[in-house]
Design a protein around this ligand. Structure first.
Ligand code: ZN
Length: 467
């Protein structure tokens, strides 16, 4: 596939020209089709050439952008350990896993028609509003969206899963997400499950996944942040919490989510996999744990490199992929769904970015109050909000979806168009920094911002321009 006459810079220039052509001229359908084909071919070629990760995309970043990127990736940093705070940590990590009274989703009364209408957009990236779902289900979006996705692939029937136990498990999982986290709450988990639904719906690779693999990734998406304490791994490590000690400072949050997910599952009232064969149960546990642990942002570079390597080694017919490569794929799809907020329409995307930044800022407030150094991206006063979002978009989100072009051309092309639109919106200022008046976490997303005309595509690496 490698073509010495077409290096990455040339390909990127050609793609830029193609994008400009598409913006400024109306084409006949066959001309548009030909342009899109050419664009997809170049993106595929670009993805294949970029096997060594995204370093080449990052070389032009300035120092502050590089530091922002490191912070998003949550690369381990050396920080002085503070004294252990086991009580705080226990309440953070273990949460309250008791079941709460739960309204039956099918008896939402007057909301039923609206709920049906919303769920008819279940596989749409643009038309599905998870905040609306939360309202219509009386704060049960996770159960609703996960059951719908399981039903979409008929998994309860095919794997003879007891539906009542699946539902009760999802209820107890949903209860174990912390409502007061601005971002890492059950609505985020529901959003990720729905993004996964979109990702699985657009391309033929999904047909090559087994029923058990589909079950694993759907359940993993639902539980992947369960019990999240609302602070990042570094915070727990720097504080010397029991969880950090228990998990040897490695993926402390993600290990906690996986442990909690299986503690809840192994309650006989909820154990919907108990009847599976031993090898299937073993596969389920191993795969779900791997997918959850893979959501640690510090794994981003590994995911990118591993996934591209598998595509290069085995091609795009995943039916031919060995088991370990399929595991890489499942983790990668989950990672893609988990960082898909910026692909949403601006009102939703803006709401999510406000939430994650507010969660970061609350961590920064706690760090300051405890006399700890304030973590990068967590300082209300100094964090360059706009630049952070652009770095995340261009250096984290974009490479993931570019690399999916060979395997999932429809979904990836759609995502790349959304990324381009989102970048333009951030650069034009129509998506702005969070206001201190933001009501969290139960507010609806803001009304759609007026998006300025799409600016001509240019390299994000002129980040200085956005100040
Ligand atoms: Zn997440």
């Amino acid at each position: 596939m490698k073509d010495d006459s077409l290096d990455r810079n040339t390909i990127k220039s050609c793609l830029t020209v193609l994008e400009r052509l598409q913006e400024h001229k109306h084409y006949l359908p066959e001309e548009s089709h030909a342009l899109r084909q050419l664009q997809n071919h170049l993106r595929r070629l670009d993805a294949c050439l970029d096997i060594d990760g995204s370093d080449s995309l990052e070389k032009d970043l300035d120092d502050s952008a590089k530091s922002i990127l490191e912070s998003f990736r949550e690369r381990p940093r050396q920080s002085p350990l503070l004294t252990s705070s086991s009580t705080l940590e226990r309440s953070i990590m273990l949460g309250n896993s008791s079941s709460l009274p739960f309204p039956n989703l099918n008896s939402a009364g007057t909301n039923n028609a609206e709920l049906s209408q919303l769920m008819s957009q279940f596989e749409s990236l643009e038309n599905f509003d998870v905040f609306k779902l939360a309202k219509l289900t009386e704060d049960r979006p996770l159960e609703a969206v996960t059951l719908t996705l399981l039903h979409r692939y008929n998994l309860c029937d095919k794997l003879s899963l007891p539906v009542n136990k699946v539902a009760s498990y999802l209820q107890v999982v949903e209860d174990s997400y912390k409502d007061n986290n601005p971002y890492h709450n059950a609505t985020h988990a529901a959003d990720v499950v729905q993004a996964l639904a979109w990702l699985l719906s657009g391309d033929s690779f999904t047909r090559q996944l087994t029923d058990l693999e589909l079950l694993c990734i759907i359940i993993a998406a639902a539980v992947h942040d369960v019990g999240h304490p609302g602070v990042r791994n570094d915070f727990l490590v720097n504080l010397g919490t029991d969880a950090a000690v228990r998990y040897n400072d490695n993926s402390v949050n993600e290990n906690g989510h996986a442990a909690m997910a299986f503690e809840l599952l192994y309650n006989p009232k909820h154990n919907f996999v108990a009847h599976l064969r031993a090898d299937e149960r073993h596969f389920f546990r191993r795969t779900v744990c791997d997918i959850i642990l893979g959501t640690d942002m510090s794994q981003h570079d590994n995911h990118l490199k591993n996934f591209k390597g598998k595509v290069q080694e085995y091609g795009t017919n995943i039916g031919q992929w060995p088991l370990e490569a399929r595991d890489v794929l499942l983790q990668y799809l989950m990672h893609a769904a988990d960082i898909s907020n910026p692909l949403r329409p601006s009102a939703l995307s803006s709401s999510w970015s406000k939430r994650i930044m507010e969660e970061f800022m609350l961590q920064g407030d706690r760090e300051r109050a405890m006399g700890m150094p304030v973590s990068p991206l967590c300082d209300r006063e100094t964090t360059d909000w706009k630049k952070s979002q652009l770095v995340f978009l261009e250096c984290v989100v974009r490479p993931v979806f570019e690399s999916l072009v060979p395997l999932a051309p429809n979904g990836a092309s759609h995502a790349l168009s959304s990324i381009e639109f989102s970048r333009s919106s951030w650069q034009s200022g129509s998506l702005s920094r969070p206001s201190s008046e933001l009501s969290l976490p139960n507010d609806s997303p803001a009304q759609p911002s007026v998006i300025m005309d799409k600016v001509p595509s240019s390299s994000i690496f002129a980040l200085e321009d956005v100040h």
